[in-house]
Design a protein around this ligand. Structure first.
Ligand code: NDP
Length: 482
């Protein structure tokens, strides 16, 4: 039985048990104990104790411990990747190089930043002022199920580097790796209580997200959940960072490098079975290139291997759950009934070995129009929609015609146009001539309904510290009423 991890150890709870299921086989991997009310309080108390210790560490001391965690993550890369594959259904060929490594990158980056966090000095002639950059206190991290370990690292790294304590609630569907990160932090020397993991569903998230001891919440999840979490946070005036959904555009001009554009489109739609928030699922292709582009995209998408995610030859693994798979399959049927052309995919693998898992073949729709639901709504599966455009102005207008604004990409070999179009697109994270590359050094996040705030880069430091202004008088104080 998997439990919550509080104060440097696993702690039992009387809350109900739930199963975590391998999406590729339908088998139960483990039973997990939901945190009950007493455990949630214990997590808060433990985090307060951890915070009281951790905030007294210098940046360099914090950095040293975080770097130990980086070393342990790399050492355990393969076993953690295998666990993530079992819990999420994503292919091992991805998890072995991306999930653990990109989480470790975040901790390494913020370990480097920790000793450099400082306030400012302001000369005021007969006085001076300075600002202290202080940790905000107890932070709550709430994760989605698509990159469970990476999300736990992306949220905890800046929080801990700045001297905060974090309570992390993984998605109920993927509870296995956040507690492994907690074990690693403990082994690395992190004081007990600085990183606690509390298991359970959204009600556990809501109990923490309305708790007066919490100063900040960072959520990765759907837009609807983002609204709930922000409303809950308002009850305590908690600061929020929200990394939400998207329906991001890729605009491909007819002077683009065809092979790069096709490869990036594959990456932007079929990596992690399409379960990536920043995916470029509305692909606008300029008319002269459209036919060639679709032919090559369909050829390459059809050649991808769908199947057992634990095999290194598999490109497309299993979707997270039977419910989510039903939702994705419904969208495919909807696309057909809305009049889009199913250029490839749509079918479910015929191999009887795969019948128990949640598999959907990479699917490309062409002849899409902007008003179709498959073009407007986030599907979060391996479904790409190709649209045709004629002019730059038209492409920008149509690309921006969405309530979302997480990401966007432009493909062109015209330097001026590339920068002009990127500047005009309403999105927080964008690429020119590539897609979905998210180095820790660059801010990541969305605009419009795709989010609030930024993760990664120095921008995250703003969200995990607060400034205290200190005015220091150097002269006697005169009587104000004399
Ligand atoms: P959900 O919004 O369903 O859940 C996200 C997390 O919030 C889960 O841990 C969930 O718990 C928890 N939760 C649900 N209700 C509440 C509540 N009232 N208070 C506090 N916590 C709550 O998202 P998914 O897990 O389904 O993830 C998919 C979504 O995440 C997609 O929309 C995707 O676009 C988005 N996403 C965004 C990313 C970004 O960085 N912008 C990156 C990755 C995904 P539980 O599920 O256990 O009930």
């Amino acid at each position: 039985v998997v439990q919550s991890y509080i104060g440097g150890r696993y702690v039992p709870s009387s809350g109900p048990l739930f199963a975590t299921i391998n999406p590729a086989t339908g088998d139960t991997i483990a039973m997990v104990e939901t945190a009950d009310a007493a455990l949630i309080e214990a997590a808060i108390e433990s985090a307060q104790q951890g915070f009281a210790v951790w905030r007294t560490f210098t940046g360099t001391q914090r950095s040293r411990i975080l770097m130990q965690a980086v070393r342990l993550l790399h050492e355990r890369n393969d076993e953690l990747a295998a666990l993530e594959v079992a819990d999420t259904g994503k292919p091992i060929r991805e998890a072995i190089v991306v999930d653990v490594a990109s989480g470790a990158d975040a901790i390494e980056y913020f370990a480097g930043v920790a000793p450099t966090i400082h306030g400012e000095h302001v000369d005021l002639s007969s006085a001076f002022g300075y600002t202290r950059r202080e940790p905000v206190g107890l932070c709550l991290g709430i994760g989605a199920w698509n990159y469970p370990l990476q999300i736990a690292c992306w949220k905890s790294a800046p929080a801990l580097a700045c001297g905060n304590a974090m309570i992390f609630k993984p998605a109920e569907l993927t509870p296995l790796t956040a507690v492994k990160l907690a074990e690693i932090y403990t082994e690395a020397g992190l004081p007990d209580g600085v990183f606690n993991v509390v298991q359970g569903d959204g009600t556990v998230g809501a109990a923490l997200g309305t708790h007066r001891a919490i100063s900040k919440v960072s959520l990765t999840g759907e837009v609807g959940t983002g609204r709930l979490v922000m409303a809950q946070a308002a009850s305590q005036l908690m600061a929020v960072t929200l990394e939400l959904g998207g329906k991001s555009p890729i605009v491909i001009f007819d002077d683009a490098d065809l092979e790069s554009a096709v490869n990036a489109t594959l990456l932007a739609n079929f990596y992690t079975q399409g379960e990536i928030c920043s995916n470029g699922t509305r692909i606008f292709v300029q008319r002269a290139l459209h036919h060639q582009f679709v032919a090559r995209l369909v050829e390459k998408a059809s050649a991808l291997t769908v199947g057992d995610p634990s095999l290194p030859t598999t490109h497309i693994g299993a979707l997270i759950s039977a419910d989510h798979t039903a939702k994705v399959r419904n969208y495919i049927e909807l696309g057909i009934s809305e009049g889009a052309t199913l250029a490839c995919g749509g079918a479910f693998p015929e191999d009887p070995e795969l019948a128990r898992g949640n598999f959907v073949a990479p699917t490309v729709f062409t002849n899409c129009t902007d008003n179709m639901r498959i073009v407007q709504e986030e599907i979060f599966g391996p479904v790409a929609c190709v649209l045709v455009f004629d002019t730059e102005e038209e492409a920008i207008r149509r690309a921006n015609d969405t309530p979302f604004g997480l990401a966007a990409g432009v493909f062109t070999n015209n330097l001026a146009r590339a920068h002009r179009v990127i500047a005009a697109l309403d999105a927080g994270t964008t690429w020119i001539n590539t897609y979905n590359i998210t180095p820790i050094e660059l801010p990541f996040g969305g605009v419009k309904q795709s989010g609030v705030g930024r993760e990664n880069s120095l921008a995250a430091i703003e969200h995990y510290t607060r400034r205290k202004s200190v005015y220091v008088e150097l002269q006697p104080v005169s009587d104000p009423f004399e």
